[in-house]
Design a protein around this ligand. Structure first.
Ligand SMILES: [Zn+2]
Ligand SMILES: [Zn+2]
Length: 335
């Protein structure tokens, strides 16, 4: 399980499987968020050169457990989860990735999702390594930018600075913030990366590299902030390809391929809807383009806002010791 050069381990730290639940739109169709089988996810990650593998499904570790049941001796695999939490008092969600967890931790964390402070306090008390995902995906100015960053920097020991579905501008802003913060602190924030892939195609194209030659050493390096993110950024095309990829797998399921969880009436409904909506099959591309345009507009605005007050991303800048921790930041962190 040694990395390419004998000292580095590479892993895609954000990827989904069949167990990521159902898509949030057109819920009557009961389409899934992802159709990739856990074994196929593992195989795809290995084929892309990942030394260790994990799966980060939405509020589920079933994919990880299913894989481990079939491969109990896999010493290059660990259980992880993408946990959706709410910031109390603000209409804001955050996605946390918790790594190398147990079934007990998964069970205990689920009721705490309603309050990110409780969830984070619990993860800390259990010594779990966790990260803030795609920092500007849900943040749309629900609170002042300084307060949001102050909160995020206090709560999270690691930021996802490269997400394979987010634009380069989004990822680069996250990386600049982490870099500047770490430069002024004794213990650096960990910068991690992952593809966030919901299809097999993108797995391993965005990744995290950390020193070590075993899974345990890799995780230790992540905790110590000795990691770097690499690989592709997202784009409209990548997002559209992901959407079409999941829709394609949904259709093949309706036609009888793969796991069959839908009743015949629901499959008929799905097929009927798909046939009727055929003339509008360009719409995922339009949706992706609109998403990405909004993301670009927002992150460019945040960057400008920060550059006015703090010299983000410029080397040799002074006075950053207390920055982003503006007085009156939204809420107190847990003890
Ligand atoms: Zn997410
Ligand atoms: Zn995700």
């Amino acid at each position: 399980m040694t990395g390419d050069n004998g000292r580095m381990i590479r892993a895609d730290l954000h990827l989904h499987s069949y167990h990521s639940g159902h898509a949030g739109h057109l819920t009557f169709l009961r389409a899934r968020d992802c159709y990739s089988e856990p074994d196929a996810v593992y195989a795809a990650a290995k084929a892309r050169g990942m030394d260790v593998v994990t799966i980060t499904d939405h509020d589920s570790i079933d994919g990880c457990l299913e894989f481990l049941e079939r491969h109990p001796d896999a010493d290059d695999f660990f259980i992880s989860e993408e946990i959706e939490c709410r910031v109390l008092g603000v209409d804001l969600k955050v996605h946390i990735k918790a790594y190398d967890i147990s079934e007990r931790i998964h069970r205990d964390i689920q009721p705490l999702r309603r309050n990110v402070f409780e969830a984070v306090a619990y993860l800390r008390s259990e010594g779990v390594f966790y990260a803030l995902n795609h920092p500007f995906f849900f943040f749309k100015g629900q609170l002042p930018l300084d307060d949001y960053l102050g909160l995020a920097l206090r709560l999270f020991p690691a930021f996802e600075v490269r997400n394979g579905t987010m634009l380069a501008a989004h990822n680069e802003l996250s990386e600049a913030i982490v870099g500047q913060w770490s430069a002024s602190r004794p213990s650096p924030l960990t910068a991690i990366g992952g593809s966030d892939s919901h299809t097999l195609r993108g797995i391993g194209t965005t990744y995290t590299e950390a020193s070590g030659s075993t899974r345990a050493e890799f995780l230790q390096s992540l905790r110590a902030g000795r990691a770097r993110a690499g690989g592709r950024h997202g784009s409209t095309w990548r997002e559209a390809r992901e959407i079409y990829g999941v829709v394609g797998r949904y259709w093949t399921t309706l036609l009888g391929a793969g796991r069959q969880e839908l009743s015949w009436p629901r499959r008929t409904l799905g097929l009927g809807f798909s046939a009727l909506s055929m003339p509008f099959e360009f719409s995922p591309l339009v949706v992706a383009a609109l998403h990405k345009r909004d993301e670009a507009r927002r992150v460019t605005g945040y960057r400008r806002e920060l550059e006015v007050r703090y010299p983000i991303g410029r080397s040799g800048s002074a006075g950053s010791a207390g920055f982003f921790l503006a007085p009156g930041a939204a809420t107190e962190p847990p003890q």
